[in-house]
Design a binder for this molecule. Structure first.
Ligand SMILES: *Cc1c(COP(=O)(O)O)cnc(C)c1O
Length: 391
């Protein structure tokens, strides 16, 4: 092996950095005996989330995962059994699964090749062609199904075109639920993202920019929706005496998750700054005409840069899998990113539009080591290994 022995450990794609007050807050959980779903750190963490997305205290409820946040959001937004929910096919499978958990069906649409988020022009065309809007509902003409929500996904932490999507959601009377799973700390037109959607969902899984180990959150400018989600996610209990008014879920976050989350979110600015620096450096050094294209940042977006990477240019002869293998041999963790929903077994029959951009792009997108703790030397090593391979 030719590489420097000091680098003979894997350079991971996205691992947590626990160098803040994680241990201090965990100690507090143990000292105070608050481990579970009642505990002072949960509300503190929720208030921090609200403020980081530009909403007032009381606008966030935490959950056990990003997936449970999405599922609860569907339910409180009024997604019912048999409804359709629009998502980009280019997303993590949890977006589609949350719809299925609510008894509804995804309607898969294409991304635009510039932002890699749902394409508002295609979305508008599909709606204009395929739905009728009556007093309160948007109905898919051919199937008679109600179109009950629109779910943009902030791919790699990059905001979608929220002004356009907001206008479309309003015109067609469809609630807007944003899957911003990995996009806490991102901005849209320099503004916090919370006010742009009816509901915004986050994940604090171990591989996200900030983590609780596992966990999620729902934010909304409408506190009624937040309270409904909190109620439904806490077994729909109405008080301390085992009275429940609906079939609820146990989707609560616990105090030890919040302990880690709180320590992490205190460092959100620092963490996002570093992630953006990592992305900028890859973009600068790996932008190679007709060979590699950096992941995008549109003029409306300040991405949280959850994951960095590149798109292998259409005209390049580089085989993504071979490049990945080469990097893996050098202990650099690199991989293909999301496999679109429409080619996943459980969704092979899902309603879909023309997905030519997704089909054309997904196999050429490669993600690279992007952890907060990535060192200067490690990133140099990743970059030079890639440049050596393609030259
Ligand atoms: C991570 C992620 C989720 C799921 O979050 P979990 O906490 O793993 O349940 C959903 N959507 C997207 C876009 C994600 O990246």
């Amino acid at each position: 092996m030719s590489q420097d022995s000091s680098l003979k450990k894997w350079i991971e794609i996205s691992i947590p950095d626990l160098s803040g007050k994680e241990k201090y807050y965990l100690d507090q959980c143990i000292k105070t005996n608050y481990l579970s779903s009642i505990g002072p750190l949960i509300e503190k963490f929720e208030d921090e989330i609200s403020s980081s997305v530009g909403l007032a205290n009381g606008s966030t409820t935490t959950t056990s995962s990003g997936t449970s946040a999405l599922h609860l959001s569907m339910l409180v937004a009024g997604v019912n059994k048999g409804d359709l929910v629009i998502i980009p096919s280019y997303t993590f499978i949890a977006t589609a699964n949350a719809i299925s958990h609510a008894g509804a069906f995804p309607w898969l649409l294409d991304i635009d090749s510039k932002s890699l988020t749902i394409d508002p022009i295609i979305l508008y065309d599909e709606l204009a062609k395929n739905v009728v809007v009556n007093a309160n509902h948007c109905i898919h003409k051919e199937t008679g199904q109600r179109v009950a929500a629109l779910v943009p996904v902030f791919s790699f932490g990059h905001p979608a075109n929220m002004d356009k999507l907001g206008e479309i959601a309003k015109e067609f009377k469809i609630p807007l639920i944003t899957d911003a799973a990995a996009a806490i700390g991102s901005k849209y037109k320099n503004l916090d993202i919370g006010p742009f959607s009816d509901l915004t969902c986050f994940s604090f899984n171990g591989n996200k920019s900030i983590t609780c180990g596992g966990g999620g959150a729902i934010c909304s400018p409408n506190k009624d929706l937040v309270n409904k989600a909190k109620h439904l996610g806490s077994t729909a209990k109405t008080g301390p005496n085992y009275v429940h008014d609906q079939i609820g879920y146990n989707y609560r976050m616990i105090n030890t998750q919040a302990a880690i989350g709180l320590a992490q979110i205190e460092r959100l600015t620092e963490i996002i700054y570093k992630k953006r620096e990592i992305a900028k450096k890859y973009s600068l050094r790996l932008k190679i005409e007709k060979v590699l294209d950096p992941l995008p940042e549109m003029d409306w977006a300040t991405s949280s840069c959850w994951l960095s990477g590149f798109v292998i240019n259409e005209s390049s002869l580089i085989k993504p899998k071979q490049l990945i293998n080469h990097l893996n041999k050098k202990f650099i963790r690199a991989k293909e990113f999301w496999r679109p929903i429409h080619i996943q077994q459980p969704y092979k029959d899902a309603l879909r539009g023309n997905l030519k951009v997704t089909n054309n792009l997904w196999e050429r997108i490669i993600i690279l080591p992007s952890s907060f703790s990535l060192t200067f030397e490690e990133q140099e090593y990743v970059i030079t290994t890639i440049l050596d391979y393609i030259n």
